[in-house]
Design a protein around this ligand. Structure first.
Ligand code: GAP
Length: 449
């Protein structure tokens, strides 16, 4: 079967920069390698991605709860989790130019930059270290968390005791994670500071295989329901050799990014590894007591772990299109309305006072419900293009006729079709269209021609 078409990363990076989605971090100082700042549109998009995940994983289910734990944790956490011992990559250094490389990513034994001789590989821990308090000594070392998951595991008993949740149930968290990655790049795909959306789903031992399959399906559907083309997603089970030390099974959801198929999310069956380790290192009993069977045991954990930034990148890549429009090419982001940073743009046909007054009133009213932009600069065609390029699903045009008949035109981004509706019905109609009603369905208003 032919491989689906990939979008060019340069085009995504350029659009993100040009329209204020994503900028290099501390750019006026020349930027900081593989750190990124989300601009006014990027922050809306990213919030929408996180909100959609939170809605699906926490708010729409009654078998999950949320948590927001601190980035700095007791250093023993990372001994128990295996990160102090094992969260490292093999690194070689060039004896001439002193650049460092990941040994497992080099094709031969020469420095890719200068051809110099390389040292033997040494293990390099990927956790960022810092010191707690004013004294910089080994005893005060703390780490910036490399994953949000451990904050959930160490609070397992707190959640059981305070919520009286019964198995199976999940604890979810969204937050920053930090990894001193050696090889970064591909824009926001791999950075040193990023955000994760993680669910730890606790189940009875023996039922873990079934729950693992269940979460694979749920998570794949989440991306598809938010508009990612199914042919651009694939499940990739890990081989025995690839499995992390804590995992009984793991499958990645891979997306066809511009650089090729790469991991978007990992779904792991972690068994009882984490609770057993934290029980051992903390000396606390983390057993779950089953009221029905009167048994004490450690639950198994199924973990769907997604990257916020990778999801943002996947949604952007999948939505990006260049389409012929008359004699030109229009750039359009076909973002799902739930994710679009701006839901509706208000475009008065002229800046004339009476028209602007009406358009501003409508804009003020729409803002109470949605992120709405007002744009009166340049021709209407250019304004439509600007909104297409940032993924705004609907534009509302106010013209001189609107002053007479109290109607406005709504134009849809994807089909570029237009409908004319009474201003009094605008919010109801937009609400229906934003939640998926067909654009040319006329159930809610009286069409005008
Ligand atoms: N708790 C399990 C865990 O952290 P992981 O596969 O190392 O598993 C989960 O990370 C997800 O976090 C990845 O699928 C990816 O989306 C995201 N992620 C990991 N490292 C990243 C990085 N350096 N930059 C951006 N996202 C990253």
């Amino acid at each position: 079967m032919a491989e689906p078409e990939k979008v060019d990363m340069e085009k995504i990076v350029s659009l993100c920069r040009r329209r204020g989605f994503i900028f290099p971090s501390s750019e006026i100082y020349g930027g900081l390698s593989s750190c990124w700042d989300y601009g006014p549109l990027g922050v809306e998009l990213k919030r929408n991605v996180k909100d959609a995940w939170w809605r699906a994983i926490v708010q729409k289910r009654d078998d999950t709860v949320g948590l927001d734990t601190s980035i700095l944790m007791h250093p023993r956490t990372w001994e128990a989790s295996g990160h102090v011992e094992g969260f490292s990559d093999p690194l070689v250094e060039c004896k001439s130019c002193h650049l460092r490389w990941r040994a497992d990513e080099l094709g031969d034994d020469k420095c890719p930059t200068c051809g110099g001789e390389l040292t033997e590989p040494r293990l390099f821990n990927l956790m960022f270290k810092t010191f707690m308090g004013p004294v910089e000594e080994e005893a005060n070392t703390v780490y910036l968390r490399p994953e949000t998951a451990q904050g959930i595991f160490v609070n397992f008993q707190n959640v059981v005791n305070t919520t009286r949740k019964k198995l199976p149930f999940g604890i979810a968290q969204i937050g920053k994670a930090f990894r001193n990655e050696i090889t970064t790049g591909n824009f926001i795909f791999r950075s040193r500071e990023f955000e994760q959306m993680e669910l730890e789903f606790f189940v009875k031992p023996g039922s873990d295989g079934g729950w693992f399959d269940y979460w694979l399906g749920e998570r794949l559907n989440w991306y598809v329901n938010l508009g990612i083309k199914r042919e651009n997603l694939q499940l990739r089970p890990h081989t025995e050799e690839e499995l992390a030390h804590y995992a009984r099974a793991c499958s990645d959801i891979d997306y066809l990014f511009p650089m090729g198929w790469s991991e978007l999310e990992g779904i792991a069956n972690r068994g009882d590894f984490d609770l057993a380790q934290h029980a051992k290192y903390s000396g606390k009993n983390l057993d779950y007591f089953d009221d029905e069977t009167k048994e004490h045991f450690l639950p198994c954990i199924i973990e769907p772990s997604a990257g916020v930034d990778r999801s943002v990148l996947a949604f952007l890549c999948d939505a990006y299109a260049e389409e012929p429009d008359k004699d030109e090419i229009r750039v359009v982001l076909h973002l799902h309305p739930t994710l679009a940073p701006i839901k509706v743009a208000l475009l008065p046909l002229s800046r004339k006072e009476n028209l602007a007054k009406l358009a501003k009133e409508i804009h003020a009213d729409l803002r109470q419900c949605w992120e709405a932009q007002y744009d009166d600069a340049q021709s209407i065609g250019r304004r439509y293009r600007r909104q297409d390029e940032i993924g705004t699903p609907f534009c509302v045009t106010v013209d001189f006729q609107s002053l007479e008949d109290e109607q406005v035109t709504i134009r849809e981004r994807d089909s570029m079709k237009q409908i004319r509706i009474p201003i009094a019905e605008l919010k109801t109609v937009l609400a229906a269209k934003l939640s998926g009603e067909r654009f040319d369905s006329q159930s809610l208003w009286t069409a005008n021609g």
